[in-house]
Every structure is written in structure tokens, then in C-alpha cells.
Design a protein around this ligand. Sequence first.
Ligand code: SRM
Ligand code: SF4
Length: 584
Amino acid sequence: MPDVSKQPDRSRDRSQPLDKLGPDETLKANSDQLRGTIAESLADPLTGSVLPSDNKLMKFHGIYQQDDRDIRDERRHQKLEPAYGFMARVRLPGGVCSPSQWLKLDELGRAYGGETLRLTTRQTFQLHRVPKQSLRTVIKGLREVLLDTKAACGDDARGVMATVNPQLSRAHAEVFALAKQASDHAIHHTGAYREIWYEEERDPNATNEEPFYGRTYMPRKFKIGFAIPPSNDIDVYSQDLGFIAIVENGELKGFNVAIGGGMGRTDSAPETYPRLADVIGFIDKTKVIETVDAVMTVQRDYGDRVERAHARFKYTIDDKGLDWIKAEIERHLGFPLAPATPYTFTTNGDPTGWTRGEDGREHCTLFIQNGRIINEPGRPMMDGLREIARIHTGAFRITPNQNLIIADVEPKARPAIDKLLKQYGLDGFDTLSGLRLNSMACVALPTCGLAMAESERYLPTLVGKIEDILAQHGLREEPITIRMTGCPNGCARPYIAEIALTGRAPGKYNLYLGGGFHGQRLNKMLLENVGESKILATLERLIAHYARERQDGERFGDFTIRAGYVPEVKEGRHFNDVLVGADI
Ligand code: SRM
Ligand code: SF4
């Protein structure tokens, strides 16, 4: 067995003495490159759980231990251990998968994932409730169709996002290829995954398994995304490292580079905050991988490894200063970044329905409420998508808004797909309100261990009530972004939405308003810890005012600022301070 203590620890900020590192750093450093005792934990037949240390390490393998919170109390009363199950998140750069991959996921979801699949806000699939003893079967099943869950969670470069823009076929193909390359490049390389999940022998000759990550990986998760204007569907300003494609006459020239985005905050810790990324310059399209390396190196070496709550790249940038960080990135690159090239975003939503690409192929974007794929009475959508996957010869693309594109359809194949969409109730999205089509909720209860309130299971009902208000004021078709999360971590990127609700306690939310329609501005907290009646009463008043006094084409988020409900943020696109007690 290789002596891991001899492997380089390239990831330690020289200013942070080893004995002061946080416990997660020690765990990573002593994990034998993410092996820990995961294999032993999986083999333990006495419990459905794994050791807490293995649970942490399994995140780097894209797998989370959870329990069914709906029955947690009942199980406790019965003196039973919690109903453990595991969430497995697939690594799917740019959200693109083939029909055969879809069919395998469908099969695994039905057999081991509670007969459902979940599309995520970072364009991939999650299976929930997988029993410990079925985890290997699931991971080996994914392998049959060339998928895995590597680095889908953990302190590493997460799933890489890319705009799904179906019209710009050529640029999309090129940007997608770069996103995939960046994902393959930034992924961890330890043999632990193969040994634990595929039960392969350890390579006795393997040394220096992680030349980039060393023994302690990144200080915290690191997120990369590629946007193709005018669509900002990936919310590029929320990424640790965002690439904004500059396309001229259909040809990809290069990318503006944006750094330091992030959503997470903690209600009780004002030193935590969401932050929008800063655009620091332009690179040629041949320099993407070097840029990924340079930016990740700076965060790897200078990110906080003592205080985890302060370890995201956004805090490193604010601590060290943007100019210093930019200079350090350029030093690693060996060349200065060119000045940023102008670009325009117009939306961060998805246009639903059929569109035709430059190459003549057709693409149909389906609205999937909160990404949940499940058979419901009278609407067997999981069955319908399986039938489509059986005849489809193109690709599927998961959008960053948890929707789904049936992509690359030959025009002659379209009628058969249309027929299935109708038959399984997957059509009809053109009758939905502008608010619902632009709504997004995180998973939250019952699987997320951090949820303080409902999200996915509640937002559709709340949207229905807000739709009634909008309809009364003739605004049912108005596209307005609304996002909900069950806690302040921000998994549905709420702090960019025009209306956002983040969970505080069962039935209680913070209400945020004033985000930018295309993801360019953070919102502000208007009300703290309020229930549905207060939320609806507040929105009723604002929507009525908006209907009366909106200017031509004025977005709801912009109006809440012009009308004085939300103060305009002049400098620092970064913070959304508490604004409790606003007079509405
Ligand atoms: Fe997230 C943690 C679900 C996108 C910020 N997120 C979690 C966990 C794993 C809970 C946990 O740590 O125990 C959630 C699992 C719930 C479940 O039952 O599935 C969870 N996050 C999700 C997903 C599934 C939400 C969804 O409904 O789609 C998204 C999966 C994305 C993916 O495919 O990789 C998801 N999470 C995000 C995003 C949005 C994004 O990346 O574009 C964010 C905000 C951006 C950011 O990272 O700043 C996000 N998740 C967090 C955070 C706060 C991080 C922070 O810096 O403070 C946590 C908590 C943590 O890491 O400690 C978290
Ligand atoms: Fe869970 Fe909070 Fe993320 Fe929602 S925002 S999935 S409640 S961690």
C-alpha cells in the first residue's frame, strides 16, 4: 500500500499551521485519499447508516446519508434507528445525457430510488432513499452507461454547468465540449471510487494519486459554470468560477471570466452572505483549462481551512481583495487577462416549447415542476419520459431551472414525440403562468437534513395562490422569477430571484424581493420569519401597485426598487442585508 503521508500536501495555505486546521481538514488528510473506512461501513449489516466520518468522505463520491424526516419522530418513539437512505448525485457536465442513460436512470430510480428521479438546479439527476445495501448496485448500474457520481458533492470541483441554449447549436456544442473537458480535468483522481464502488483491486503502484488536490482537496466546494448570452440560465454570477461565452456571428471567440459567486448564508451569522461574481477579464477559448487551474489553485492555496463557514472562494476574494486575487490568478496563468468584452443577458429562465437550432434539428423544453419526475395519478410523467427515451435518437438536456429539453430531434421524428407528450400529460406548459414557469424550489423535506421548512412540496401551492392575485391584476402571463428554499443555504439560488422565500421554521420564511430578472442583482430581505398570510398580503399590495404603476416592460424586481420597497444597492453587488420592518 502506498505511504500516503509521503504524498504532497500542496493544498495547505502556508499561513495556516497544520495544528490549527479544522476537523474536516484533518479527516481529509487522514482519509487515505477519500477511502476512510467506507468499505467497512457499507459491509456493516447491523445498521442502515455509515460512520459519521465515512458519511463525510462519501460526499466526495457524490453520495449523502439522509433519513426520512417525515417519520423521524415516529421511529424514535418506536426506538428504531432513523429510516436511513442515501442520496446519489450523478456527475453530468452541462446536463447532457443520452436516451440509454435516461433509461438506466429510470430503471435505477424505479428499483432503488423510491420510483422517482429528481432533476437538480445544477443540471443533473439525484436518486433519493437508496438503501445502503443497494448503493453499489446503483453505482455499478450507472457505470454500465458511462455515468458516475464522482465529486458530485464534497470539497472539490462540482458538476460543471453549461447553458442549454438550443438555438445556437454550434456555439452550444463547443461550449458544452469545454464544460465537459473542464469537468474531466477538475475531477479528483483517487482510486478510492473504483475500489469502493466497483470493487476493483487497489493499484499497488499508484503514487501521488491527487497531483492537484493533494491530501486535503479544496477548502470547500468549488463550482464552475459556462453561460452563453443572452441566456444566463446557469446564473453565472452565482458560480465560484463562471465563463461567459463571447460568440460573434455564431462563432465562439472566448470567455469573460467571473469569479467569487456563491449563495450560502446562515441566518444567525451576519458574517456569511451571498455574493455575485465579479467579471475580471477575458480569455481566448483555448485558455479555459489553464484558467480553471489558475483560479482553483489560488482558492486551494488561500481558502480558509480553519473556519469552514468562511471557506468559500467568495470570502477568500473579499479577505484578500479582488485586485490581489486577480494578480495571483494572472501570475499562475503567466499572462494578463484581456479587458472584458461587452455582452448582454436577457433572462435566466427557460423558454418552453419547441425551437429549431441552426442545424435544423428541433428541441422541446418541457416544464418539470421543481425537477420532480414521478408518476402522478392521471399524469404518469415518469412513464411518458421512458417511452420518449425508447424512441428518441438525440439527447436529453437538463436545464439549470430543473426543466428538461428533448434535444436534437430530427424534424421527421417530432410528431411521434408530440404524440407521447400529449398522451402522458407532458404538454400543456403553454397554459402555465409566467410565475410558475419561472419558479424553482430546492428539495428540502423530507430528505434534506438541513431543511427548516418545506420547499419543493409547498411552492407549487403557494404559486397557485400568487397566480390568483396576479390574475386579478391582469398579470398572469407576466414572467416573474420566484424561488424557494427550505433553509438559507440557497440551493435554488434564491438570492437572485425577483421574489424569494427561504425557510426559517415549519411554515415560516424570510421574504426577499428585488432580484434582477436575468440574475444580475441580489435581492433584499423584506420580511423575516413570516407565514403564508403575511407573505400573500404583502405580495398582494406590491402586485396591485405594480399593475397600476409599472412602466413599459418594467420587471417586477426592478419595480420594487423604483417604487422604494427595496433600496437600490449602489456599490457592492454582494450583500443582501436584513431589512426587517419595512413599511408595506
Ligand atoms: Fe445544495 C447542501 C441539495 C444546489 C448551496 N444541497 C445541500 C444538501 C446536500 C444538504 C446537506 O448538506 O445535507 C442538499 C441535499 C438535499 C436533498 O435531499 O437532495 C442540497 N443543492 C441541492 C440540490 C439538489 C437542490 C435542488 O433542489 O436541485 C442542488 C444540487 C446541485 C447539483 O446537482 O450539484 C443544490 N446548493 C445548490 C446551489 C445552486 C448552485 O450550485 O447553482 C447552491 C448555491 C450556490 C452555492 O454553492 O453557493 C447550494 N447546498 C448549498 C449549501 C451552502 C453552501 C455555502 O457556501 O454555504 C449547502 C450546505 C453546505 O454545503 O454546507 C448545500
Ligand atoms: Fe436543503 Fe437548504 Fe439546500 Fe434546500 S436550500 S436543499 S433545505 S440545504
